[in-house]
Design a protein around this ligand. Structure first.
Ligand code: CA
Length: 228
């Protein structure tokens, strides 16, 4: 099984292009949710917490630039890779007002698309992505994929490790279950959020008293730095 990379939302109204995008992103380990018009794309961006959005500019109901503008106005900075039909759209979609992260012009090769999606994700995650993360008595090393709690190495499954890493990367931030499903499993929320609860319970059992994971009732989970 390949590495799981999270859920990508593709908003594209041309079926042949959408199928190709889905195929190649899925082959790289991304979960893919496809929407074919702007309004549905905006709703999915809000509810499914994708790790990145591949957003066609020319769409029915709401065009891609309007979808992006609405998200940015809400403080939603999910990386957006715009798909443009013409080069003269480029300045507009990458402008400060819209905050697009990158663009690709039709026709493009699927390989190029995948490379661009990975690149916007790398930039969004920042250079500190490989640094060792420490919260309280738990230290997580992304390069070695190892976790130490209270001085002892803890054996975690790949999923447990990815889940803990997602939480520890942003201490204090509250994650909805849907967001964790998207980031760690690459699923849309329809897949069921109980999976998240089960894996959090397993993580807590393995980390014992050192577990920094807090349940946020009715929402999801957060990791908190101990009070000094
Ligand atoms: Ca289009």
């Amino acid at each position: 099984m390949g590495e799981r990379r999270g859920l990508v939302l593709v908003v594209e109204d041309e079926p042949a292009i959408a199928d190709l995008q889905r195929l190649y992103l899925a082959r790289e380990g991304f979960g893919v949710q496809l929407e074919t018009d702007g309004r549905a794309g905006l709703a999915a961006a809000r509810s499914q917490h994708p790790v990145a959005i591949v957003l066609d500019v020319g769409l029915p109901t709401l065009d891609g630039t309007e979808v992006c503008r609405a998200l940015r106005a809400e403080g939603n900075w999910t990386p957006v890779l715009f798909v443009t039909a013409r080069d003269d759209e480029v300045d507009r979609v990458l402008g400060l007002e819209l905050g697009g992260d990158d663009y690709i012009t039709k026709p493009f090769s699927p390989r190029e698309l995948v490379a661009r999606v990975k690149s916007v994700l790398r930039r969004a995650n920042g250079p500190g992505d490989r640094a060792v993360l420490t919260v309280g008595a738990v230290a997580l090393d992304p390069d070695r994929r190892s976790v130490v709690a209270d001085g002892a190495e803890v054996a975690l499954t790949a999923t447990e490790f990815d889940l803990l890493a997602s939480l520890m990367r942003r201490p204090g931030r509250v994650f909805a279950r849907e967001q964790l499903l998207s980031e760690v499993w690459g699923y849309a929320a329809a897949a069921g959020t109980r999976t998240v609860d089960v894996h959090v319970a397993q993580l807590r059992a393995k980390l014992g008293a050192a577990s920094p994971i807090r349940t946020v009732r009715g929402v999801g989970y957060a990791v908190d730095a101990p009070r000094g």
